[in-house]
Design a protein around this ligand. Structure first.
Ligand code: F58
Length: 830
């Protein structure tokens, strides 16, 4: 502080506060040209679109900078309790549009660029979105940090700066082919690297005990290390003058690391070693739902968890901070189990590095963590083999063992020698190999454990973590997920936003419950007409986007029926496909007159994990069904199946506002929440969905008349499973189902080759883990209700408006309020 002060004394200008450029068209033009000339090093006349994009990004950044420096300064001074959100994924989406929105500069910027002869839309299109996440979990983290900034909550997001985000999906002959996502290759104007604030992260080696003035202590003697370089990103609040920080870590070889080898004269080996270190943050694992127990993945997890803990203790906290007060200063929110290794790491820091007693350290640690679970699938619960963990992090394994020992002693004290219960609750599992159960470790260490929708939290309490709920009553809670209305309504659906603002005024963007006031407008024929015109214009916009992007056409007279999400069996894209094949089969077999078929365009968007065979087969099948249906003159263009490749946040922002029907058809009890479901409802699509995840809450809010519910409930699923589910019984009993499956099996969609989709068909008939065939008839019947409802356009529009009006609850601002009030206790700080 003293040094910084004297530095500011030297020149009067150094004393002046940092200010934003003038908020005018001329001010913007000047800043833009400066960035183009001095930042990019090009003249306007010689500049290309990428130069211009980078200069524009830097210009918007300049407008945010004063607010960012001020936010950081105030947080440093106030030392108010803050949230450290720990997440291995942030699926941010494009930054430019959101930054323009947050600063209120959309119109100024567009005008300024127009005066330079540039169409801002061309520059926006230049940005490659940072796809540093797989799907729902990563996008949730991005929505949450947006809300925290908008609500002025002291907080920092920690994660990994993957050099390659989620792969770029292409189709070759209908099959998924993954290409690297080089999101950094055209420049990265949004990030601020700080190599001087690097942390050293160690791995491997052994531990030893030593005598420290009569006290026996443990130290870790690791055998290799890497540097973690922080890259800061601005997280601007919406029109509130606040900019929070997202800090992502990038791996680099340490000097010691390469010097040792360079000096030994083996240049090639030294370079290889460097590559080895940098591998840690090289690529996002494209796994959805089923984590692979890969060593590099554990390295990634420890790398960012340890760097974040060290950063918070050494850089964010003042020197000489009394660590016993840490629970009043910070809460580390664990976004799933990926960062849970931070628990033993904090213990190591407190006990081994800072010399606290174990008991005291454990009390602090238990006050500093909270854990969010995002799944119900047993195979998705992360475990690490003791063998691997002990090799990579020997000290952490010892700490985990001791935590477990004391925890199990408490369990035994409570229940006597109920060894079955002890085995079930242990942090260490024994089968099929000895391993650390990360969800158990997280639960034991956390102040609160939450599920992400009511049904999910209930199932966590009653099933997945039942024994823990009994042991720690009050620890379990629900926080229903949410989505940011800034990106998914205001930015993605500007025309609907303007319509809403016309009706309600502008305040709704940060107070989404106000959408309720639209209920009365649903009764106004003129408002309904305007609403329907917004939907139609969004379809036309989507048509333009898909035509240019993929050469695909969207007919704006069709119902737009959309299923976009990661490809997974439990989400049941196959059920959607069976509906399409049934409609097609009805037409070509002559059972259904073409005039009775509601014109529909089906849009799929889905990436499959590269190693998930059956998921990739399903993608292949969707594409092949599409080719046949779209080309068959018998269909008369009434059914169209579109599958644009590489579904991502940017495409979501175009598709969702255009949708009429939202497909949320997972098997009940399998989708923890879903968040796409919320985005669609808030953009005026009606949902066809099962009683699963947040669908339950959406339906409760919008009302049964405005939601197409079908399928087994979770208890019914359990009942069927218990009595023995035989999918082929359903196949035999339902002629429509049989005919649709037979059509696929006949090779009708694979040029007569019956072998291509044989695995998909066998999987349905003889396995069908997610009971597609059991819900088929109910789904078809519900789709017939959809057709009937859609036939009355005005009534449909009324339902769509009521969906918008009644879904304000799903703002991530509300989710954040719930976390703040019930888990974090971190009030806004201005
Ligand atoms: C998702 N999980 C849930 N995991 O499936 C979804 O229901 C929920 O709405 C969402 O979280 C937000 O709570 C999810 O996206 C992953 O992508 C993991 C990535 C790493 C490997 C394990 C799955």
């Amino acid at each position: 502080h003293h040094i910084a002060h004297s530095r500011e004394e030297r020149h009067p200008l150094a004393k002046a506060p940092v200010t934003a450029p003038p908020n005018t068209v001329d001010g913007f033009v000047k800043q833009f040209l400066d960035n183009l000339n001095f930042g990019q090093g090009v003249a306007l006349s010689a500049s290309g679109v990428n130069d211009q994009y980078l200069a524009l990004a830097r210009t918007v950044r300049d407008y945010l900078m004063a607010r960012w420096l001020e936010t950081v300064r105030r947080q440093l001074v106030s030392q108010a309790k803050g949230v450290c959100y720990l997440s291995a994924e942030y699926l941010l989406g494009r930054q430019l549009g959101n930054s323009l929105l947050a600063t209120g500069l959309e119109d100024v910027a567009a005008e300024a660029l127009a005066e330079c002869g540039i169409d801002i839309a061309d520059l926006r299109a230049q940005e490659v979105e940072p796809g540093l996440g797989n799907g729902g979990l990563g996008r949730l983290a991005a929505c949450f940090i947006d809300s925290l900034a908008t609500m002025s909550v002291p907080s920092i997001g920690y994660g990994i700066r993957y050099e390659y985000g989620i792969f770029r999906q292409t189709f070759e002959d209908g099959q998924q082919v993954e290409k690297p996502d080089r999101w950094l290759s055209m420049g990265s104007p949004w990030e601020f690297p700080h190599p001087e604030a690097a942390q050293t992260i160690s791995f491997g080696g052994r531990t030893e005990q030593y005598d420290d003035d009569g006290v026996t202590r443990t130290r870790w003697i690791p055998d290799w290390d890497v540097l973690a370089i922080p890259y800061n990103y601005m997280v601007p609040g919406y029109l509130n003058g606040r900019v929070n920080t997202l800090r992502l870590w990038s791996a680099q070889a340490t000097k010691a690391f390469d010097l040792r080898i360079f000096n030994a004269g083996d240049y090639a080996e030294a370079v290889r070693a460097q590559t080895f270190a940098e591998n840690i943050s090289k690529v996002l694992y494209p796994e959805d739902s089923t984590p692979q127990g890969k060593e590099l993945r554990l390295q990634q997890q420890y790398f960012f968890a340890a760097a974040s803990i060290a950063d918070f203790l050494d850089v964010v906290l003042p020197p000489d901070y009394d660590l016993t007060k840490l629970p009043d200063r910070a809460i580390f929110q664990l976004n799933d189990t990926h960062p849970v290794i931070a628990v033993p790491e904090l213990m190591r820091q407190l006990v081994d590095v800072r010399g606290l007693e174990w008991e005291q350290a454990w009390e602090i640690t238990q006050g500093c963590f909270a854990y969010t679970c995002h799944t119900l699938l047993p195979e998705a619960l992360e475990v690490w083999s003791v063998d691997l963990l002990g090799r990579l992090l020997p000290r952490h394994l010892e700490i985990i063992y001791r935590i477990n020992e004391e925890f199990l002693a408490a369990v035994r004290e409570r229940y006597g020698d109920d060894e079955l219960r002890v085995r079930n609750m242990s942090i260490i599992g024994e089968h099929p190999e000895r391993s650390v159960r990360m969800a158990h470790l997280a639960t034991v260490a956390s102040v609160k454990v939450n599920g992400v929708a009511e049904l999910h939290s209930q199932l966590l309490r009653e099933k997945v973590l039942h024994d823990f709920h009994e042991f720690y009553p009050g620890k379990f809670t629900n926080v229903t997920n949410g989505i940011t209305p800034r990106r998914f309504l205001r930015l993605a659906n500007k025309s609907l936003s303007e319509l809403i603002t016309d009706a309600l005024g502008p305040g709704w963007v940060t107070d989404l419950d106000r959408l309720r006031e639209l209920e009365t407008y649903a009764e106004d024929p003129e408002f309904r007409e305007r609403f329907a015109e917004v939907k139609a214009s969004n379809k036309r916009r989507l048509n333009r986007v898909l035509l240019e992007r993929d050469g695909l056409e969207v007919d704006d007279t069709h119902m737009l029926d959309v299923m976009v999400k990661r490809l997974h069996e439990y989400k049941r894209q196959m059920l959607k496909l069976l509906h399409i094949v049934t409609l097609y089969d009805g037409i070509v077999s002559g059972r259904v007159p073409i005039s009775e078929v509601t014109p529909r365009t089906f849009i799929f968007g889905a990436k499959a994990a590269p190693g998930y065979r059956i998921a990739k087969d399903i993608i292949h099948l969707i594409n092949k069904v599409g080719s046949v249906v779209n080309a068959d003159p018998a269909v008369e263009g009434r059914l169209k199946v579109l599958f644009p490749p590489n579904y991502n946040v940017t495409l979501a922002e175009r598709i969702i506002p255009a949708a009429d029907l939202s497909e949320q058809i997972s098997l009940a009890g399998k989708e923890a929440s879903g968040t796409g479901n919320m985005k669609f409802a808030l953009n005026g699509a009606l949902t066809i969905g099962t009683d699963d995840g947040a669908n339950v809450e959406i339906r409760q809010l919008v009302g049964d008349d405005h939601f197409f519910l079908f399928g087994m409930t979770e208890p019914e699923v359990e009942e069927l499973a218990a009595k023995g589910y035989v999918p082929s019984d359903f196949y035999r009993a339902d002629p429509n189902l049989r005919s649709a499956i037979d059509l696929i099996a006949s090779g009708a969609f694979s040029g007569g080759d019956r072998s291509v989709f044989e695995p998909v068909i066998s999987n349905l008939l003889y396995n069908d883990r997610f009971m597609v065939l059991a819900d088929y008839a109910a789904y078809i019947a519900a789709q017939e209700r959809v057709d009937a409802a859609y036939a009355d356009a005005d009534t449909w529009t009324r339902s769509a408006i009521l969906n918008v009006a009644r879904c304000g609850f799903f703002s991530s601002d509300r989710s954040m309020r719930d976390y703040i009030d019930r888990i974090w206790h971190t009030p806004p700080s201005f």
